[in-house]
Ligand binder design. Sequence first.
Ligand SMILES: Nc1ncnc2c1ncn2[C@@H]1O[C@H](COP(=O)(O)OP(=O)(O)O)[C@@H](O)[C@H]1O
Ligand SMILES: [Mg+2]
Length: 340
Amino acid sequence: MIEIAGLTKSYGATTVLDGIDLSVGQAQIAAVVGPSGAGKSTLARCINLLERPTSGTIAVDGQDLTRLSRRDLRQARRQIGTVFQSANLLRRRTAAQNVALPMRHAGLSEAETRRRVGDLLERVGMRHRANHYPSQLSGGQRQRIGIARGLALDPAVLLADEATSGLDPDSTRAILDLLTELRDDLGLTVVVITHEMDVVRSIADVVAQLDHGRIVEQGAVADVVRRSDSGLSRALLPLPPAPGAERLRTWNVRYEQDDVSPVWLVQAGRELDTDIAVLAALVEAAGESRVGRLALGLDPHLDDRRVTEVLARHGVVAEPLEPPERVLLHAVRDAGAGAA
Ligand SMILES: Nc1ncnc2c1ncn2[C@@H]1O[C@H](COP(=O)(O)OP(=O)(O)O)[C@@H](O)[C@H]1O
Ligand SMILES: [Mg+2]
């Protein structure tokens, strides 16, 4: 596991990271999101010890990495594997040689290196590409080699800075599946730095949003999505615009419980003796639970209290929005936030 406390990084008078507190449990995937220039890559370079923090502590499995001597630092760096955007492989080395590089630097024996390289290529599904050069591989394949190289010295933490940026959706999906597998099979702690909310939604257990060097919001993904009015939750589950809401009263609804029934909407309509229009909806799995946000259109003559009570019994929180135009504005703005 990794525990960051009071982490600050300044370049001269410019403070790029300002009091970061973040902890990620073993076998968890954490996503760090935020706009360009927020400090994400600087945070990554502090975690993998390419940069010395100005102040604060970074502990991996209880060992504070910021307080180590030069010699111990070299050893400690092995605890953290890094995967960069577009893999950064050496062009003149084969896939296998790229994966072997950190092992050679660490002084592993020839036999041990060969065995480990074989195992790692197997694990990332690239054994059949061992002797290919980077230029002979697709972007997704290069990224798999990058991941294998990141795992070369058996780290406790794998750090991926924009590892899926620029990949097509299928390759992205495959890389995300691989990261999830590594978490589950090896108990690896994974820190994924990304600006893609789809990535967060599909693999992260916890998420932290960075802005101007500070964490402005963090928590378990499912919890964040359930918080009604947070920018991060709207970015994670943006609702599309809701046409046709004119004659209906619009209700903003979100899943509050883990065990919302798949047929709750039909049941609620029956209990309220009314037809319910779904104006916009997003229901997805987040870890073990389902999270959802919906805009529903209801008969304006219904009693607000009754609607709220009936829906609450089904494990969802509902708030009416009025005038009706407002939901359109909300939805449009929300959809925009998701694209950032
Ligand atoms: N070595 C450096 N010296 C001075 N400023 C830097 C340095 N590295 C990054 N920065 C500044 O820190 C801020 C955050 O950069 P970065 O961590 O790359 O953000 P992100 O990865 O979120 O886009 C930027 O304003 C950038 O200009
Ligand atoms: Mg960056």
